[in-house]
Design a protein around this ligand. Structure first.
Ligand code: AMP
Length: 218
């Protein structure tokens, strides 16, 4: 299965991608995670990306396209993949079409997670993840059951994102509306777009995504 998860920052793409990855045994490819790893490693790419990410802007297309092109050709993508955070521009979508064509593959579905802008700011401002297992939390909306301990793996280490500050969130939303949202009609026209209501409870959203994927695999 080859999927794209599309939606604004804070829509729950990462959370849902992890669940799809576990249920369908396909790999999650998050360009945001790849870039954060590059920043943490201090590589040339990381150095270039750091300030752009902190400003809430998009990293240049050619950098991202090159990164995905390499990753998608890996053995672990053979069974399929979930693209989380890519493509984010029309140029990236066009490059993905060519990449898939060259590999003799095609997209099965683009799942758009719809969330109101007003809810996104609150979601992003309070979020953090377990540094060990990656489980996502939110101070207000999905707090830890026991203070300082991950519900899922018991770790006491957590990560906060540098770009989740209120002033950056506005720029990220602007980038989404201007550069990424035009991909919705693009994929609709190709007949691969499925939209789910991302304002529902996390488990409900998962259920609705699973229903879409079940229909595709039946
Ligand atoms: P994310 O974790 O998907 O929210 O991405 C975090 C940041 O990484 C974004 O705000 C961008 O600065 C950068 N980024 C991630 N994916 C892309 C992409 N496909 N194109 C351009 N920039 C990206």
């Amino acid at each position: 299965m080859k999927l794209i998860l599309l939606g604004p920052p804070g829509a729950g793409k990462g959370t849902q991608a992890v669940r799809i990855e576990e249920k369908f045994s396909i790999v999650q490819l998050s360009t945001g995670d790849m870039l954060r790893a590059a920043v943490a490693s201090g590589s040339d790419l990381g150095k270039k990306a750091k300030s752009i990410m902190e400003e809430g802007k998009l990293v240049p297309d050619e950098v991202i396209i090159g990164m995905i092109e390499q990753r998608i050709a890996n053995e672990d993508c053979k069974n399929g993949f979930i693209l989380d955070g890519f493509p984010r521009t029309s140029a990236q979508a066009a490059a993905l079409d060519v990449m898939l064509q060259d590999l003799g593959k095609s997209l099965d579905a683009v799942i758009e997670i719809q969330v109101d802008d007003s809810a996104l700011v609150k979601r992003i401002a309070g979020r953090f993840t377990c540094a060990e297992c990656g489980e996502g939390y939110n101070k207000e909306l999905k707090p830890l059951k026991k203070e300082g301990v991950c519900d899922k793996c018991g770790s006491d280490k957590f990560k906060f994102r540098d770009d989740d500050r209120a002033e950056t969130v506005a720029a990220r939303l602007k980038a989404y509306h201007e550069q990424t949202a035009p991909l919705i009609p693009y994929y609709k026209e190709k007949g691969v777009l499925f939209s789910v209501d991302g304002m529902l409870e996390i488990d409900e959203v998962t259920k609705n995504i699973n229903n879409v994927l079940k229909r595709l695999t039946d």
